[in-house]
Write a protein that binds this ligand. Structure first.
Ligand SMILES: Nc1ncnc2c1ncn2[C@@H]1O[C@H](COP(=O)(O)OP(=O)(O)O)[C@@H](O)[C@H]1O
Ligand SMILES: [Mg+2]
Length: 466
């Protein structure tokens, strides 16, 4: 079968659900005209050839296929088929303005159309709120602004011992606990005590969510933790509670210094009782954006994002998927800081086990420098847009074995031009260039007023007729 026959066959077979949509797309790009002469044999193969159609063109029973763009040479349509790859996670990288957010919006709009039921955006800068509300008909939960709190210690029906460890890892990099093992221990003790003091039976072995759900309302906050550390210091001073050496006291003081600011506005939105039911929004999000742009500091956004991902990871375990379909896409743009987390990174855990829970990650970052190699290797799809920083390019060059010709092209790539690398088997990588076929924000603007043509153009139109 020739390439053209293959495309015609796969594509224009009636009864395919996406046929109208595909035809529209084809017509738009003049693809049908392009198909008529058999160009395949005449394209000079310089650099990366177009991929074999089997990797980019869906069949009738392909569960999810997301139209993304066109190949470099034959302008073949490229459908992303996450379930046909080694894993369904996608990592997109590109410098500012390279087209990352546009790629995300383009893909998620089409995913929703493909029937992906849940798409959860973790939005650091608030750029998805309008998009989700107006164009995806989804919901936005705004956190960090006045009256919109998220309690970092919220139990959310999870075993409190696990929440202690999750909280430590959420706070670890922002509070510099990695290099302060004593402070880490003090914090661990204090958080455990805060749960106990609140009447939550932390030593109970029960792992049922229903059991822990009873205690959700009692969840203490980091303010309680602050007070506990302060009291522990007082007791030590009065000689009642001789656990600490001199170094221990300094560590406690250091820990208090780091936590103090979160007792007061505007920093107390992570140390006050949650104003949203996290369990409810995370277990069945629909199309939802959690907007973290209201937090006053970058640190608070990261801590919250890590906490949310930990909870999501737990919820995911509670509801395994036996159908193998993707139920939830988690989308994180500007995720550089999360890619760097080496210890206890919720993204790594999710990426490893996501398939059996019907979860897939769509992660975008403008930088790769210092990324955790382990996490990096867990993606089944890499989209590499324009990159300029040598460190980022070298990182990719080493991990994906890019040739110097490819590197040059990445350095000079235009907006929306990208290399795609698909892990199609344990060893096999299919790599090719595409031009993203974007849904631009200008395509999304609703026309409120009918357009009135100006006089000049009316005269022109009329003069054409007569
Ligand atoms: N594939 C594309 N084709 C044409 N214009 C694009 C494309 N991708 C992005 N743009 C435009 O480039 C600008 C920056 O894109 P954006 O997606 O915000 O980049 P990033 O998120 O990487 O900083 C936007 O104005 C967008 O409209
Ligand atoms: Mg962006």
């Amino acid at each position: 079968m020739s390439l053209l026959e293959y495309i015609y066959d796969t594509y224009f077979k009636p009864g395919q659900e996406h046929i109208d949509y595909v035809l529209q797309e084809q017509a738009k790009a003049g693809y049908i005209n392009l198909l008529l002469p058999d160009l395949a044999s005449r394209v000079p193969w310089v650099g990366l050839p177009d991929p074999d159609p089997e990797f980019i063109i869906p069949e009738e029973d392909t569960p999810i296929s997301v139209y993304t763009g066109r190949t470099e040479h034959l302008k073949m349509p490229v459908f992303w088929m996450p379930l046909s790859l080694m894993n369904p996670h996608l990592l997109g990288v590109g410098t500012t303005g390279a087209g990352k957010s546009t790629l995300v919006k383009t893909m998620t709009i089409r995913m929703a159309r493909e029937g992906v039921p849940n798409i959860l955006f973790i939005d650091f800068i608030g750029e998805y709120a309008r998009f989700v509300e107006y164009f995806m008909k989804g919901k936005v939960v705004r956190l960090g602004t006045e009256g919109n709190n998220i309690n970092l210690l919220d139990l959310s029906s999870t075993h409190p011992r696990l929440r202690v460890e999750q909280t430590l890892s959420a706070l670890s990099s922002e509070l510099n606990l990695d290099n302060a093992p004593r402070q880490r221990n003090i914090l661990r003790r204090a958080i455990s005590k805060a749960y106990k003091d609140a009447g939550i039976p932390i030593s109970e072995k029960s792992i049922s969510r229903d059991f822990w759900a009873k205690y959700n309302k009692l969840s203490p906050t980091m303010k309680d933790v602050y007070n506990i550390i302060r009291d522990m210091m007082k007791e030590e001073d009065s000689g009642k509670f001789m656990v600490g050496s001199k170094g221990g006291r300094e560590s406690s003081e250091g820990m208090l210094d780091k936590l103090e600011k979160y007792n007061h506005p505007p920093y107390d939105s992570i140390t006050s009782k949650s104003t949203v039911n996290l369990e409810k929004i995370l277990t069945n999000p629909g199309v939802l954006s959690i907007d973290l742009s209201g937090f006053p500091t970058e640190d608070m956004k990261i801590m919250t994002a890590i906490m949310l991902l930990h909870l999501q990871e737990q919820f995911m375990r509670t509801f395994p998927s036996n159908t193998g379909e993707i139920r939830t896409f988690i989308v994180i743009d500007e995720a550089w800081k999360l890619l760097k987390l080496k210890e206890n990174n919720p993204l790594s855990v999710m990426a490893r086990e996501a398939r059996k829970y019907g979860l897939a990650l769509l992660i975008l970052s403008q930088r790769l420098k210092d990324s955790d190699n382990d996490l990096f290797s867990l993606f089944g799809t890499y989209v590499i847009l324009n990159l300029t920083e040598a460190e980022d390019i070298n990182y990719l060059k080493d991990s994906l074995n890019l040739t110097s010709r490819e590197v040059t092209k990445i350095r000079n790539a235009k907006r929306g031009d990208a290399i795609i690398s698909l892990k199609v088997s344990q060893q096999g990588q299919v790599r090719f260039w595409i031009t993203v076929d974007p849904i631009l924000s200008t395509d999304l603007i609703e026309i409120v007023f009918p357009e009135v043509p100006d006089l000049d153009s009316i005269i022109k139109e009329v003069s054409k007729i007569y």
